[in-house]
Design a protein around this ligand. Structure first.
Ligand code: GLU
Length: 380
């Protein structure tokens, strides 16, 4: 891979994980953070557009409070409230030294899931970039509602719960050229380096196949992501036409070195160029409703990119409104696509298993022939 060509990029999202923002003893890794700030400022001065997605709020808050663990959601939320201010003041002061303006954006899954909020979020990130500022983004952990506090609520699949996925959603929202994920791993290994000491780093991949996804491991201590969530993030970005680089943020001045074309980490080149709306349908919404389809409908969607007609639907699960994104699953419960529904859950229940020409008879009105129209289906 020609690194020079790979790094010919204008817009970059840099994701910094908790474990590289603090030292082994949990203290802030000040010199490292400053080195990131210095390198990013250099990129900005060279005309690059940089957005920072940063973790570390919970970790820094925990340290400040002298806590040994963060058991319980409320404790984590309190730590985030304390740590986020700490984190932001470091960035603000550091970037200020280099004359770079920053703007903080704290987001929750709802800000992506609701299309209107999503479009407004895109606008504000783009506006900050246009003004020459570096947007600094983190999850608003303090106010994020964790649905399992409410036992009666229907199970929600959140569009993100960790910052790896958040960085991918940000990247696809603003059409980023490169997502640079820095954490305490060297990249993607051929096999688990903890079990196989001679495991080698995979230098480059085109997209992230389902087989590669299986190579992902779970989270390390501290952060919420692991290689698994990094690969999920890489899959989203490369499906949207963007590049991804996963490298070890503990290597001194790693950002400078990468942009001097040194050969660290794993690179991922794009393998698709899904339009923004299709990416949003596939990855950026919180999912409640499920539509279970028969094999014929599954085949038609996967092989012919067909619309989903009522005749192909076996049942629907959970409540949903017209216009919401639902999960499309086969009879084994495996999710293979997502799409925007033309009918709410009750109306769907009355028309499924029937021919589309019966819709008017069954409901007394008809919006569309299809329960989900092909242009609003994203295959996962
Ligand atoms: N938002 C969390 C924090 O600032 C980090 C989430 C993650 O590690 O992915 O601590």
């Amino acid at each position: 891979m020609d690194r020079k060509k790979f790094l010919k990029v204008k817009r970059i999202v840099v994701k910094l994980g908790t474990n590289i923002l603090r030292n082994e003893d949990g203290d802030v890794a000040l010199s490292r953070i400053y080195s990131y700030i210095e390198s990013i400022s250099k990129l900005v001065k060279k005309g690059k557009e940089v957005v920072l997605v940063t973790s570390g709020a919970v970790g820094l808050g925990k340290k400040k409070l002298g806590l040994r663990n963060t058991n319980g959601i409320a404790v984590k939320q309190a730590c985030a409230a304390i740590g986020q201010g700490n984190l932001m003041s470091l960035y603000e002061e550091g970037f200020n030294t280099y004359g770079v303006v920053t703007g903080q954006i704290l987001v929750t899954p709802d800000d992506f899931s609701q299309r209107k909020k999503y479009l407004s979020l895109r606008k504000i990130i783009n506006k900050l970039i246009e003004m020459g500022a570096v947007p600094i983004i983190n999850q608003n952990d303090t106010v994020t509602v964790i649905e399992d506090l409410d036992k009666d609520a229907e199970p929600v699949q959140m569009c993100f719960t960790d910052n790896d996925k958040l960085s991918a959603l940000v990247s696809s929202a603003i059409d980023t050229d490169l997502l640079l994920i820095l954490s305490d791993v060297n990249g993607l290994y051929e096999s688990n380096p903890k079990e196989n000491k001679s495991a080698k780093i995979i230098k480059e991949l085109n997209g992230v196949s389902k087989e590669v996804m299986k190579m992902g491991t779970d989270a390390s201590e501290g952060g919420r992501g692991g290689m698994k969530t990094k690969l999920e993030a890489a899959r989203i970005v490369t499906r949207g036409g963007g590049k991804v680089l996963i490298a070890n943020g503990k290597i001194p001045y790693i950002i400078d070195k990468l942009f001097e074309y040194e050969d660290f980490g794993t690179t991922f080149t794009p393998n698709e160029d899904l339009p923004e709306k299709k990416l949003w349908i596939g990855y950026s919404t919180n999912i409640i409703g499920h539509v279970i389809v028969n094999d014929g409908a599954k085949k038609a969607i996967l092989e012919k990119e067909s619309s989903l007609l009522p005749i192909g639907v076996v049942r629907v699960e959970n409540d949903f409104k017209k216009g919401e994104v639902v999960s499309i699953r086969d009879e084994e419960g495996v999710e293979f696509a997502r799409g925007i529904v033309n009918y709410n859950a009750d109306d769907c229940k009355r028309i499924i298993g029937n021919h589309s020409k019966e819709i008017l008879n069954l409901l007394g009105f008809k919006n569309y022939d299809a329960i989900i129209t092909r242009d609003y289906i994203t295959i996962l």
